[in-house]
Design a protein around this ligand. Structure first.
Ligand code: HEC
Ligand code: HEC
Ligand code: CU
Length: 479
């Protein structure tokens, strides 16, 4: 027999190196970390953390016993001198083998009991005794999250509001690839799979803001696909819901907000809706989002794709799926060059406003700043007079009712881009003048359906004569 050769690297420096690395790695386990599963803020995450700890300590005891025995035996029975004889070799020991088979079986059974009861409790929907359930449909998109509240007709993106101590039942969907929905401190994680609904429920038992993250590799910006869960008091939550049904004040003519609104309607509203506050707008946005997506799939060079709903964007705290704090500066950077904040965004890939040599927006710094100012001004306004749309103001009526499906630029959204509609309107239908055609589009949209579009344009007769006249005049100014 020959002796074990000496280590080929110096042991002491290696230990000096390893210790700080180990400490750095272990520091990631701090419960304070925003995505740590150890500092929990809800019963489901807590039961999962408890289960982890239970299994961890059993494993730790097994580890110490087994490794301890190995080390003890290796040292106690080592070859002490070259003359030591090999001990008597035996084959098999029934008693020992049965013992070390039965002990692991018992341990696995002990672990199975809380594991299975935990899975059972979390897989079968919200138990009846947990209080009034809030339903949310969460949809994964490359690379952001959409949140719909079907019972309250509210739709938003990337920031989920839930009431404290109330169960929330999620239906999880995905539009494109497989994503995974994960709120480390409050709930477990479940995959979001296209054409296959999954479910998860959670309760947040601490008021505050918690991190969420896509946990299934879904493409280039996967690591940047985050969201926030804002656990509100019941009162704040109801106020938030009410706010989502309260329109924002209309920009005052001549201000940066007003100029920003015009810029937004030209360049952005084919993909983004900002006005989902009124009755009916929830269903419209749901259909529009699907239509945007279908067009994106079908067309060779689509200029639209489903995108975050920006209703009351000014009340949000983050930008680009939880990546950055939202403020005038970060928003301007985003509008000018989205990939300076987040790689791979479909916004920059498809919006024709970025169809430039270096991919930055075809907008002057003032235009960018005005659009940012406009978006940050979108908040529920308690002032009913400021919210009321002036029937005689075509652009205001358009912003409140028509944006989201149409842009005032050349690019199609769910509906045609309306730049130049005054010029083409006169030749669309034999016998109808431009004015008559546009008016018919509003009062009887099914009478003539523009080629290549689905007949989903709502009937707008209810807007009243004054608004319709103002819209016709406004639409004819677009070129
Ligand atoms: C082709 C469709 C499209 C157009 C046009 C478009 N966007 Fe976007 N926008 C998107 C998509 C998709 C995202 C999600 C990007 C991501 O997070 O990966 C997005 C994200 C955003 C966000 C962040 C939303 C959030 O929840 O954090 C803002 C703000 C925004 N866009 C503003 C604009 C503005 C302003 C314009 C016009 C200059 C515009 N967009 C034009 C598709 C579009
Ligand atoms: C839910 C999406 C949606 C909304 C909201 C919407 N439209 Fe449309 N619109 C469409 C679609 C889709 C078409 C094309 C199909 C058709 O002709 O019906 C269209 C067509 C039109 C046309 C004809 C365009 C052409 O090139 O011939 C006009 C004009 C128009 N819309 C104006 C408006 C106005 C004004 C409003 C707001 C009062 C509005 N739309 C709201 C989806 C919408
Ligand atoms: Cu994802």
């Amino acid at each position: 027999m020959h002796r074990v050769s000496k280590l080929s690297f110096p042991l002491r420096p290696a230990i000096f190196l390893l210790v700080p690395v180990a400490i750095a790695l272990l520091a990631a386990c701090t419960p304070e970390n925003n995505q740590s599963t150890f500092g929990t803020a809800g019963p489901i995450a807590k039961s999962q953390a408890d289960l982890f700890n239970f299994i961890f300590w059993i494993a730790a005891i097994v580890f110490v016993l087994v490794e301890g025995a190995i080390i003890y035996i290796a040292i106690r029975y080592r070859q002490r001198s070259p003359n030591d004889k090999l001990p008597h070799q035996t084959h098999g020991n029934d008693k020992l083998e049965i013992t070390w088979t039965i002990i692991p079986v018992i341990i696995l059974v002990i672990i199975a009991v809380p594991t299975l009861t935990g899975i059972w409790a979390q897989q079968n929907g919200v138990p009846d005794d947990k209080g009034e359930v809030l339903s949310v449909v969460a949809t994964g998109h490359q690379w952001w999250f959409e949140f719909q509240y079907p019972d309250h007709e509210v739709v938003t993106a990337n920031e989920l509001h839930i009431p404290v101590n109330r169960p929330v039942a999620f239906k999880l969907e995905s539009q494109d690839v497989i994503h995974s929905f994960w709120v480390p401190k409050i709930a477990g994680k479940v995959d979001m799979i296209p054409l296959n609904d999954n479910y998860i429920w959670m309760i947040g038992d601490e008021v505050g803001t918690f991190y969420g993250q896509c946990a299934e590799f879904c493409g280039i910006a996967h690591a940047h696909m985050r969201f926030r869960v804002i656990v509100d008091t019941e009162e704040d939550f109801q106020a938030w819901l009410a706010g989502m049904h309260t329109p924002a004040a209309n920009p005052v003519a001549g201000t940066a907000e007003a100029r920003g609104q015009t810029g937004f309607l030209t360049n952005c509203s084919m993909c983004h809706t900002t006005n989902s506050t009124t009755p009916g707008s929830y269903a419209r946005e749901t259909d529009t989002q699907i239509a945007r997506w279908n067009t994106w799939i079908e067309e060779e060079k689509p200029t639209q794709v489903s995108a975050p709903n920006l209703t009351h964007f000014g009340t949000r705290t983050t930008l680009a799926a939880g990546l950055q704090d939202l403020n005038q500066q970060s928003l301007e950077e985003w509008i000018d060059d989205p990939s300076s904040i987040k790689i791979g965004t479909r916004m920059q890939a498809h919006a024709s406003v970025y169809d430039t040599d270096d991919g930055t927006a075809k907008l002057s710094p003032t235009e960018v700043s005005d659009i940012a100012t406009y978006l940050l001004s979108l908040k529920p306004s308690a002032d009913a007079a400021a919210n009321a749309v002036d029937d005689g103001d075509g652009e205001a009526v358009f912003a409140a009712k028509c944006s989201g499906c149409h842009s005032t630029g050349p690019d199609a959204g769910t509906g045609p881009g309306l730049a130049g509609v005054g010029d083409r309107a006169g030749s669309r239908v034999d016998g109808l003048s431009a004015d008559e055609y546009i008016e018919q589009s509003l009062r009887d949209p099914g009478a003539y359906v523009v080629d290549g579009f689905s007949p989903i344009m709502p009937n707008w007769s209810s807007l009243g004569d004054e608004s319709i006249d103002a819209l016709v005049i406004y639409l004819k100014t677009l070129n």
